[in-house]
Unconditional design. Structure first.
Lengths: 194, 372
């Protein structure tokens, strides 16, 4: 049996460890929002609702499809992808949206990003065909936008009619973080740091 | 369920009335049982755990509602307060002797930790891997279990690990790498369960290891995995029968290791049979024969000592009969034939169970007539 003081100390330690970890998570995300490079991405909807995490809109990014010919280091002789990290170099187009310029599996592209360019990190699942004329599907971990309960359906219906945008911040390691949801030019929701 | 102590109390009063033992002996036996009976789930414990689970679920659903009326920072702060307050209050309650309420409060704190992870995911619109979030939740709960030496928290962490294994293994949210990490997670939780003296967690762990093997077989190749699992179970079963005391001192499973082995063995045999299916050849028949032999062998070797083993064996027997029927005969008979066959199979099962139960109820060496 543990003595009194030690048990209370252990409880404090558990609370400290758990809260510390959660704060670290929050701080990391807030840092990306604060310091990350802003990119505007075009989205189309899929479908909402998640039992544990409330109402959200699922976002289908234009940059989700990355043509295989853009992948600099596509493994020769392989027919399908392995599950891997992928870095997609985005560049800003004339209409203000950012689109894929090139991509690299496992590590960022060797050439450093030029002005008006940034590398976003995503994951490519196993089994996408690597034929030069096809494209792979990339998951950037930002394909949900949580909206106040009940608002998801309305936004989704609007999204079917006109292009929406996501303003994302890209951290130094390529991690993307949603900053705002835009209906055309108009900002619908924008994210506070905390 | 009637507890052992209350059943014994009834029996003892009958024995005293019948003059088999005197009242003093009866009292002494009851005092000894009261002093040594541990871990029995009392009504209060069950209610306390249910209350904790409800409060925990309330926290999780509250997070899910994404209620904008309270600023998100206030919501995070509230969860932090519950985490800190819950763990410390639980420790104080434990020291004051309210062990059950303490465990319930710790469970609420563990739920708040999971809720906070979900809330942060929601705050920052994270759509990454949910299974990773579950694993982090499991790790935080396991840490709390180890540091606070809490059995219920160990069980909760084991439950989360099993859910993670399942979600990851079947691609519940999205396809991903196979959760090989489970082996390490299970080993860690196994160690913690010894430290926290949580037999329930160990039972769960053994069962989820069988689940891991099943998923492994489904992911890669069924036959080698099933054969390995079956062989390991037979080996462990043999060891458990030959060295029951020694093995129990290592695994501490309330002497139920043979039951787990039988379960693992049956799962392996069913995997094999489903894999082989109705392919022509004798593979299916061999696997079915092995399964029946295993069930029979288990009853002969360990059935007398363990009621739960016998019931699992009967259940396995019934499942096996259905499986064999569905593959071998099912295609030839119509619905009426199915009902007839099912009735006959059920009758046969009942007959087998009745005979075995009668034989086991009789002390060894006594003839059937004497037993009546």
């Amino acid at each position: 049996m543990m003595t009194g003081k030690r048990l209370v100390l252990a409880a404090c330690l558990v609370a400290l460890a758990q809260i510390g970890f959660l704060s670290w998570m929050i701080a990391g995300r807030a840092a990306i929002l604060r310091n990350g490079l802003e990119v505007l991405l075009r989205v189309e909807p899929i479908d909402p609702r998640d039992l544990l995490r409330g109402d959200y809109v699922r976002l289908g990014y234009e940059i989700r499809q990355v043509p295989v010919r853009l992948i600099e280091n596509a493994p020769a002789g392989e027919f399908v992808t392995e599950e891997d990290v992928i870095y997609v170099r985005l560049g800003r187009d004339a209409d203000g949206y950012w689109r894929a310029r090139s991509a690299s599996l496992a590590a960022p592209p060797t050439r450093a990003p030029g002005p008006g360019e940034v590398d976003i990190r995503g994951r490519v699942a196993q089994g996408w065909t690597l034929r030069p004329d096809s494209s792979v599907n990339v998951d950037y971990g930002i394909d949900r936008y949580y909206v106040p309960e009940g608002a998801g359906k309305a936004i989704e219906a609007d999204m079917r009619e006109r292009p929406f945008g996501i303003l994302a911040a890209i951290g130094a390691d390529g991690t993307a973080q949603i900053k705002a949801l835009l209906d055309g030019e108009r900002i619908l929701f924008s994210e506070p740091l905390y | 369920m009637v507890s052992y102590a209350s059943r014994l109390r009834r029996d003892i009063s009958r024995w005293v009335a019948a003059g088999l033992i005197d009242a003093a002996t009866g009292d002494a036996i009851l005092r000894d049982v009261d002093a040594h009976e541990r871990g029995a789930l009392s009504f209060g414990t069950i209610l306390a755990v249910m209350a904790a689970l409800l409060v925990g679920a309330a926290i999780l659903v509250f997070v899910a509602a994404n209620w904008e009326a309270i600023p998100r920072l206030a919501r995070v702060g509230t969860l932090f307060l519950i985490i800190a307050g819950g763990h410390v209050a639980g420790a104080v309650l434990k020291l004051r002797g309210d062990a059950i309420i303490a465990e319930a409060v710790w469970l609420v704190a563990a739920a708040a930790f999971g809720g906070a992870i979900a809330l942060i995911g929601q705050m920052y619109h994270l759509s990454g891997d949910e299974t990773e979030a579950v694993l982090v939740w499991c790790a935080g709960t396991a840490l709390a279990a180890a540091l606070l030496r809490s059995g219920p928290l160990t069980v909760a962490a084991t439950g989360l690990a099993t859910f993670w294994l399942f979600a990851r293994g079947v691609g519940f949210w999205r396809p991903g790498d196979f959760p090989h990490l489970f082996v390490a997670v299970a080993a860690g939780l196994w160690a913690i369960s010894h430290w926290t003296e949580s037999v329930v967690a160990r039972h769960f762990l053994v069962m989820s290891t069988v689940l891991y093997a099943t998923l492994l077989g489904a992911e890669y190749e069924v036959t080698p995995v099933a054969i390995t699992l079956g062989a390991l179970c037979v080996l462990l079963f043999g060891l458990a029968v030959v060295f029951p005391g020694e093995l129990e001192r290592v695994v501490h499973l309330d002497g139920l290791l043979p039951v787990h082995c039988l379960l693992g063995f049956l799962v392996a045999m069913v995997m094999l049979q489903i894999e082989i299916g109705d392919e022509s050849g004798s593979g299916f028949a061999v696997a079915a024969a092995l399964a029946f032999a295993g069930i029979g062998g288990a009853i002969v070797l360990a059935g007398r000592e363990s009621r739960s083993l016998r019931w699992l064996a009967y259940l396995g027997f019934a499942v096996e009969l259905c499986l064999v029927y569905s593959v071998m005969i099912g295609s030839m008979l119509g619905t009426a034939g199915f009902f007839l066959a099912a009735g006959l199979l059920l009758g046969l099962t009942a007959l087998v169970i009745i005979r075995i139960e009668r034989n086991i109820g009789r002390p060894a060496g006594m003839s059937e007539e004497a037993a009546r």
